[in-house]
Design a protein around this ligand. Structure first.
Ligand code: SGN
Ligand code: CA
Length: 529
């Protein structure tokens, strides 16, 4: 006791300072991730066109990260980075056609070894089956919105209902099946709000009469930038499909003389429709029937067609997003009811950001802000003070180490991120001053060129390579919408040199660089992409 006394006293003082009570049990962890949910569509991030009270609650009762980025803005790669805490070129999952090497060390495996019950439900999209989980039920590939099938170790599980509701039922049922006091880690992964943005029946038409302001750059002409932005195939104008994306029946679109950017847009619409039951079809028809009729009679053209498609896109996108927020509310209420809220770390993020009409685009992939940045909020009342915001440069690379840190489990030295928990205690002196990015999936759907780059608090330097060799530099303070590439501007000469140096420093730190990029490219070219 003579020796323990001061320690106990010190502990009590530290805890008193935090105003928190000591917990002897490790926290539960719920990692919530949606698919393609843009921060622009979250009210906690200032969205004016959607209310997301439950995601906002997580932010308000914990911390909201305002500069959270991915390392490679595409689904499978983002998920692999999160699991391993390693960049794509290290974990081997470079693009959506990769297959995850499931023998790798991941944070769920480490937690399981350390006494946690672990589960993943919902979207997985990593090719190989989940490992390191006591329970898993995953969508096949991208999954479908209505009445989806799930893969499980026991085979296919058939379900009825809307995908966000079904995944949430599975999540809650699993927690409910655990012994009281058993620490758990749940990865709760939504399909929403992924293309083709099919709303839950309860929100069909919900946004039709709501104000959805057009982004200032909807009619971007890509002047003052290089070829990469011009040549990407993700423009609402030309590349968004009237049937699949805007819910115009193929027969109507075709009778009006429209052709599709991808020949399968019509077929894909019909395939999606085949998953709806009779009741869902009737609800769908009630809303989209009049929209189709109106489109047939007063078919918009030119810029009006772009405006029309943008609105249709957003009405459906926001409705799918609303289903995520509702269901998060359901899960948070469950935690309250069971007395689990205080010592559960709840993290909400998306696998990447998304363009909601900015630059005339949908989709992601680019290192431009809307797709590079991702929402990230976390709550853990026992350890994280409420009402915090952070402008620190953080990445999805940091998730694994953050979760391990929360659980008190040592992270393997080869993990490349950093725990975010010190930031929530105000310890930011030693934090990083730049983040690194590398995207590989080209040539492929949406045709976003291969690129890597570095972002600091104020600037961004990007190098597009392979069928192009172009650099871009943005001054995010003067040009937050990234409309002016100042790479050749002599006024930015010194900044350019500093950023180049930072880029090389980060490439060395993370073991990436031009020779590896070339080797990966040559290997990819030998394969079907
Ligand atoms: C599908 C979508 C694309 C999307 C990719 C990747 N087309 O191919 O628009 O970029 O998924 O998305 S669709 O018409 O089939 O919906 S990701 O989130 O899985 O990376
Ligand atoms: Ca995604």
């Amino acid at each position: 006791m003579r020796f323990l006394g001061p320690l106990v006293l010190l502990g009590a003082l530290v805890l008193a300072g935090c105003g928190k009570q000591e917990k002897s049990t490790p926290p539960n962890i719920i990692f919530i991730m949606s698919d393609d949910h843009a921060y622009q569509a979250i009210s906690a991030y200032g969205s004016t066109f959607i209310e997301t009270p439950h995601i906002d609650r997580i932010a308000g009762e914990g911390v909201r990260f305002d500069r959270a980025f991915v390392t490679n803005s595409i689904c499978g790669p983002s998920r692999a980075v999160i699991l391993t805490g390693k960049f794509s070129h290290v974990n081997g999952f470079l693009n959506n056609h990769s297959r995850f090497d499931a023998s790798q060390m991941t944070f769920p495996k480490l937690l399981r070894k350390n006494g946690y019950k672990t589960a993943v439900v919902g979207k997985w999209h990593l090719g190989s089956d989940p490992t390191g989980f006591d329970f898993w039920r995953i969508l096949y590939g991208q999954g479908v919105y209505y009445n989806p099938d799930f893969k499980s170790p026991q085979g296919t599980v058939k379900t009825t209902g809307y995908v966000s509701d079904v995944i949430t039922d599975m999540a809650i049922d699993w927690i409910d099946s655990l012994k009281q006091g058993q620490p758990f880690m749940l990865m709760y992964h939504h399909k929403a709000s992924h293309r083709e943005w099919s709303p839950p029946p309860r929100y069909l038409g919900y946004y039709i009469d709501k104000a959805i302001p057009e982004p200032a750059t909807l009619f971007d002409d890509y002047a003052n930038r290089g070829r990469a932005a011009k040549e990407a195939e993700m423009r609402i104008r030309e590349h968004m499909g009237l049937p699949i994306d805007n819910k115009i029946r193929p027969a109507i679109a075709e009778s009006l003389g429209f052709s599709y950017h991808e020949p399968w847009f019509g077929k894909s619409y019909l395939e999606n429709m085949s998953h709806l039951n009779a009741e869902e079809k009737a609800a769908w028809e009630k809303v989209y029937g009049p929209i189709n009729e109106e489109f047939r009679q007063n078919t918009p053209a030119g810029d009006d067609l772009v405006r029309w498609k943008y609105r249709r896109y957003m009405e459906d996108y926001l409705a799918t997003t609303k289903s995520i927020d509702d269901n998060i509310g359901r899960l948070l209420a469950y935690l309250d009811e069971k007395g689990l809220s205080e010592n559960t770390l709840v993290i909400y993020t998306s696998d990447q950001g998304f363009f909601l009409g900015e630059h005339g685009w949908f989709d992601k992939r680019f290192m431009y802000e809307e797709s590079f940045r991702t929402p990230l909020v976390m709550r853990w009342p026992a350890r994280i003070g409420a009402g915090q915001t952070s402008a620190d440069l953080v990445q999805n690379l940091d998730i694994a180490q953050t979760i391990l840190d929360a659980a008190g489990v040592a992270a393997p030295p080869e993990m490349q991120g950093r725990s975010l928990l010190p930031l929530t205690r105000g310890e930011r002196e030693q934090w990083r001053d730049a983040v690194y990015y590398h995207y590989y999936q080209f040539p492929s759907i949406h045709m976003v060129k291969r690129h890597y780059g570095v972002r600091t608090e104020r600037y961004k330097l990007i190098h597009f390579y392979y069928d192009i060799d172009e650099w871009e530099l943005y001054d995010l303070e003067k040009d937050p919408q990234e409309m002016n590439n100042v790479y050749e501007d002599p006024a930015y000469g010194e900044i350019r040199e500093q950023l180049m140096e930072k880029l090389h420093e980060l490439q060395a730190q993370y073991q990436d660089g031009d020779s590896l990029a070339t080797a990966i490219l040559e290997r990819d070219l030998g394969k079907e992409d």
